[in-house]
Ligand binder design. Structure first.
Ligand code: HEM
Length: 603
């Protein structure tokens, strides 16, 4: 078996998913604990050897045809369906016409896949796979290896739904997602009885939603997984488990909408739930660990509601949860990392480049500030960040109401934290190979997520991550150690420090951002003719405006750079603050000071 590269979480996560967790239990330090089908856990050294002794009928695959290679091919953007990605309703006759090695379709559990590109990747060999083509191969497939997660392995080869009573295929009038999911769990369930039970559980009475959050689930004896089919690859997902360990609430926020799912689970689960964003897809998997190993047959009772965010303060206030400052890690003389944890069994995920709001009441006044969550470390961000914590970097501003309040707070202080917000979409980085980051002061914090994301998920594609980091003095440089260590560890990453008020001992670059600095830092190629590189900007507003303006002059279009900025929403909130009676005594000046606290940008 080819083991996932532990440094490539995209591939590793996908590899774990395709094995449905049946085997790969843990990948750590190159040692995999492989759980055999009889439940015995054995340690296997990752020696890169693909055959592992070949205890069964697996064939030796040609070089370049490992599971990892297949995942890469799937992520390459090539159309592996052969039908342009349209979803078809396929009847037996049409299926039977695709019965050659060069044009091979098969149906498994209600879905039709084009397995032509998978032929040479099939661990059981081409001849074996050929036995199932041109027909409904569900029985054959289950007899040989019912545990194989075909849905995940072949997801990029999906042709459509199998309609045994349909003579011809036609593009169905149902929406693509309806067709992919069909009756949801049906794709996963072998017995009709089970299917009906699950259907009943899913159709349990709930408030009619404006937009349905589609989901599926599957289970093993010890675990269950809920798969959410979101609209984007950057949903913010919040999960809460009730005191009874059975009441599970899921909130998904994306595209300005929030959808909620509430389950009363069939039985109790252990906290925490693990939330896994399947790389390069809009699928999110919630992994549940059952308190007592048993087959549940159904997930439980559900209710579902969805609401359109109306940009109003009422709607916003719903997204605040109480969190406590669990730990404080000093960064430099005026900046700390705060580890925030929920008071109850809740967690939330943070899409790259998105931010949260921290809110509290100081002397009766509501103070609200945006922070971009970071990872605890830049050099070794945990591959599985503990999602029950949110880490924020807080710089103390003397005149900043919230930051100076936070700086004085001992551990265990309680604050309110919103769900994530933001407009950044990683899709703008598709096919980019080089990233150039321009940050000033705490404008560096959104870059942490970008750097982590590029290192993990653009592996193989991203060849350069170059940060030009502006600060006043040496002691103001945030995470200097981490940045230097990362530059040593990862040859793709470089950091250049620029100081505006350096003392005479400073041998590095000096000054404020200007056109010369940017051109020296960027490739000589024009972004118009070479769209392989992308630029991020974040810092005080004056810095961002100047840098953005210079980039435009240099030929960068809006598609070639992203500026993390104060959102329009923050301005709306600030104006609301000025005009609401609760802060009638708050001067416009102090509101502006609040706004200034947005990641340190001055306004
Ligand atoms: C329906 C016709 C198929 C037949 C007759 C067949 C046959 C086989 C055989 C004989 C093996 C070696 C089994 C062993 O480990 O002893 C195998 C392994 C495997 N097949 Fe298939 N296969 C079929 C379809 C598929 C499909 C459609 C997929 C894609 C999802 C697939 C994925 C795999 C995987 C991942 C393994 C390795 C399993 C492991 O490591 O435990 N097979 N297959």
């Amino acid at each position: 078996m080819t083991l996932p590269d532990p440094d490539d979480p995209a591939a590793a996560a996908a590899a774990a998913a395709v094995h449905e967790d049946a085997f790969v239990e843990k990948v750590q330090d190159g040692v995999v604990q492989e759980k055999a089908r009889d439940g015995v856990v054995q340690e296997v050294q990752d020696d890169g050897n693909d055959d592992g002794g070949n205890p069964r009928n697996k064939v030796a695959l040609a070089p370049g045809h490992s599971l990892m290679d297949w995942i890469r091919l799937g992520n390459s953007g090539q159309d592996l369906t052969g039908v342009g990605g349209r979803l078809l309703d396929v009847g037996p006759e049409q299926l039977a016409r695709h019965n050659t090695r060069a044009d091979a379709w098969l149906a498994i559990r209600g879905n039709v896949y084009n397995v032509t590109p998978y032929m040479n990747f099939h661990p059981g060999g081409v001849e074996e796979l050929e036995k199932g083509i041109g027909k409904d191969a569900t029985k054959l497939f289950s007899e040989v290896h019912a545990w194989v997660n075909f849905e995940s392995i072949l997801k990029k080869c999906l042709v459509g739904r199998y309609r045994p009573r349909t003579a011809d295929s036609s593009p169905s009038s149902a929406s693509p997602s309806e067709k992919v999911l069909g009756d949801g769990l049906g794709a996963f369930l072998a017995s009709r009885e089970e299917k009906e039970r699950h259907q009943a559980a899913r159709d349990a009475p709930f408030k009619a939603p404006k937009r349905k959050l589609r989901w599926d689930w599957y289970e093993q004896e010890e675990r269950g997984s809920i798969v959410l089919y979101c609209q984007t690859s950057e949903p913010s997902v919040k999960v809460a488990l009730g005191e009874d360990n059975k009441n599970l609430k899921i909130e998904v926020r994306e595209n300005g909408e929030q959808c909620s799912l509430n389950f009363i689970l069939e039985n109790t689960i252990d906290w925490p739930v693990r939330v896994i964003q399947i790389p390069n897809s809009s699928k999110v998997e919630l992994q549940l660990k059952k308190t007592v190993a048993a087959n549940w047959k159904k997930l439980g009772q559900t209710s579902l509601d969805s609401e359109q965010e109306n940009n109003g303060s009422d709607s916003l206030s719903k997204f605040y949860s109480k969190m406590k400052v669990s730990n404080v890690f000093p960064v430099n003389y005026n900046t700390n990392i705060l580890a925030l944890s929920f008071l109850d069994k809740s967690l939330c995920t943070t899409p790259v480049g998105h931010h949260i709001r921290v809110r509290t009441f100081i002397e009766g006044q509501e103070v609200d500030r945006c922070y971009t969550p970071i990872t605890r470390s830049l050099v070794d961000p945990p591959s599985e960040e503990d999602q029950t914590y949110i880490y924020i970097m807080v710089k103390e501003y003397k005149e900043g109401l919230l930051s100076s309040w936070l700086a004085k707070r001992p551990q265990e202080s309680i604050i309110e934290v919103s769900s994530c917000e933001g407009s950044f979409r990683t899709s703008c980085l598709a096919n980019r190979q080089e990233l150039y980051l321009f940050a000033a002061g705490t404008g560096f914090t959104p870059m942490v997520g970008v750097i982590n994301w590029a290192r993990k998920l653009m592996k193989g594609k991203c060849t350069k991550i170059s940060l030009l980091f502006f600060n006043r003095t040496e002691k103001d440089i945030l995470w200097r150690d981490e940045l230097d260590k990362l530059a040593l560890k990862d040859s793709r990453f470089t950091v250049t420090h620029v100081l505006s008020e350096a003392d005479e001992t400073w041998a590095g670059m000096r000054g404020r951002v200007n056109g010369e600095m940017l051109s020296a830092h960027l490739p000589k190629r024009s972004p118009a003719t070479d769209p392989k590189y992308f630029t991020f900007v974040c810092g005080p507003t004056a810095f961002s405006q100047l840098t953005g303006g210079l980039l435009k002059v240099m030929g960068f279009s809006d598609e070639d750079y992203h500026c993390f900025q104060v959102s329009a929403m923050l301005w709306i909130r600030l104006l609301q603050l000025v005009f609401t009676s609760s802060v009638v005594n708050m001067s416009i000046a102090s509101v502006i000071l609040c706004a200034r606290e947005f990641d340190g940008r001055s306004i």
